[in-house]
Ligand binder design. Structure first.
Ligand code: ADP
Length: 176
């Protein structure tokens, strides 16, 4: 794993980073889970700005200000809803990470935190999602322009352990 990737357990809304990523829905008008938590913490101005964006397609990303959050920006991305794995879920999830990182670079972000996109209400198996998330972070960093730190934020102890196991597996594979 690239040394610039950190896996932590915590609440993404509390982090002092340049940008946090929101696992939004395609309306961008708020929802449950991490989306609800971000809107509550950022305040009502976030919804006002989101209304002007006219939604977001699955796999794409749109950026707003962070308002009352410690983070300067929020990058809203829409993860795929897990069906059975045969509906481009893996590729669409990878696109969420790629497009979020691209939006971050375009806005000169140096530090960015991701939640575990799609693994809540959207039902993507977390082990599989964590491998995709960590792979995309690792692939981005060697050609990063402004990003110096990527934080993978796990909300539960269970998710945190799975992410650590995937990171270990990633390192083991590298050694062969
Ligand atoms: P999705 O619809 O993309 O599945 P969810 O918000 O339901 O999005 O879940 C995505 C992940 O975000 C889940 O692992 C969930 O536990 C986690 N999560 C929920 N609240 C927070 C928070 N405040 N900080 C970080 N992660 C969170």
């Amino acid at each position: 794993m690239d040394q610039r990737i950190e896996i932590i357990r915590g609440d993404i809304t509390k982090l002092h980073v340049d940008a946090i990523v929101n696992a939004a829905n395609s309306s961008l008008l708020g929802g449950g889970g991490v989306d609800g938590a971000i809107h509550r913490a950022a305040g009502p101005q976030l919804l006002e700005e989101c209304r002007t964006l006219l939604g977001c397609k699955t796999g794409e990303a749109k950026i707003t200000k962070g308002y009352n959050l410690p983070a300067k920006f929020i990058i809203h991305t829409v993860g795929p809803i897990w069906q059975n794995g045969n509906h481009d879920e893996d590729e669409l999830l990878a696109q969420c990470y790629k497009n979020s990182l691209r939006a971050a670079e375009q806005n000169h972000v140096e530090s960015i935190a991701f939640p575990s996109i799609s693994t809540g209400v959207y039902g993507f198996p977390i082990e599989r999602a964590s491998r995709i998330a960590l792979r995309e972070m690792n692939e981005h960093l060697p050609h990063a322009q402004t990003i110096q730190k990527i934080i993978a934020v796990c909300f539960s102890e269970h998710d945190y352990r799975l992410y650590l196991a995937s990171a270990k597996e990633f390192d083991e594979r590298k050694k062969i």
